[in-house]
Design a protein around this ligand. Structure first.
Ligand code: PXL
Length: 277
């Protein structure tokens, strides 16, 4: 069985970060070790959330694993809370990276043209440094714009998207998967770029009329799970995109608030079937 480790916070309620990565990756038949970077009562879109930092735990956990000679097929990072955590995680990549292990970075820090409440532009540039060491980076357009100092555009063409991706690839990321890329009404998808091949590819599907919180985490978790199941990067993007869209479709019918997150649990049977296609 493949084994990965994901490094991100536990938002105890609100369906994002570790509470989605762990069940999704496990359901895909991949062992999912975790390094929780902080414990919050909810994600930061709720008011009055509690926060307990676990930065000091990260290195001792990794050092223990090194002594036990544990290895990982992938290291996948999501929401990180501070400059210090990014620095530490960058060192963790060095410690845990072995021949063939993949580094996947989701710079979960912004959406819809805005940084999440805890972050500023300097933080985005620091996150870009972490992305430079990654095999796969999985930003949305807002995150890619902040990390490359590019103007965020709500309406754009293919040239804008390619420029954004190339700017990230130039910083060192080996593969860029830009999510939420839409060129026509009613459709959305992900534009991927491989630096080694110098090739772009685009996977698109139906765009549903609502966007829910936490769907970036769902996409990245399913992408990592599909890669670990031997899918090509293009197929892994397709699995992740179709699963995310299915989660949104199901949640729409359930009448939930959009900041709460999607009912990804209901779609796990779909994900498992979709992986076999
Ligand atoms: O879904 C990304 C995410 C993860 N973790 C925390 C968050 C968010 C987005 O707001 O606040 C704590």
């Amino acid at each position: 069985m493949k084994r990965i480790v994901t490094i991100q916070d536990i938002s105890c309620l609100g369906k994002c970060s570790l509470t989605v990565a762990l069940p999704i990756i496990s359901a895909m038949g991949v062992e999912c070790a975790i390094i929780p970077t902080a414990v919050l009562s909810t994600h930061t879109m709720f008011k009055n959330f509690t926060f307990h930092d676990l930065t000091q735990e990260i290195e001792p956990i990794v050092d223990h694993w090194k002594k036990e000679e544990i290895s990982f097929d992938a290291v996948y990072t999501g929401y990180l809370g501070s400059f210090e955590q990014i620095e530490i995680v960058s060192g963790v990549f060095e410690k845990l990276k072995e021949k063939g292990s993949l580094i996947c970075v989701d710079p979960a820090m912004a959406d819809n043209g805005k940084l999440y409440p805890a972050f500023d532009e300097a933080f985005a540039l620091k996150m870009a440094e972490l992305c430079a060491n990654a095999d796969y980076v999985l930003p949305n357009i807002t995150e890619a714009a902040f990390m490359t100092g590019t103007e965020y555009k709500e309406r754009y063409d293919e040239e804008y998207v390619r420029t954004l991706i190339l700017a990230l690839a130039d910083k060192g990321a080996r593969n860029v998967i830009l999510t939420g890329v839409s060129f026509e009404e009613g459709k959305t998808g992900a534009m991927s770029y491989s630096s080694a091949k110098g090739e772009f590819s685009y996977y698109c599907h139906e765009k549903l009329p609502v966007s829910y919180h936490g769907t970036g985490d769902i996409f990245s978790s399913a992408f990592v799970g599909a890669l670990m199941n031997g899918h090509t990067p293009y197929e892994a993007v397709a699995v992740a995109a179709d699963y995310t869209a299915e989660c949104i479709r199901v949640t729409l019918g359930n009448g939930k608030e959009k900041w709460y997150g999607v009912d990804f649990e209901e779609c796990i049977p779909y994900l498992v079937k979709r992986m076999e296609m």
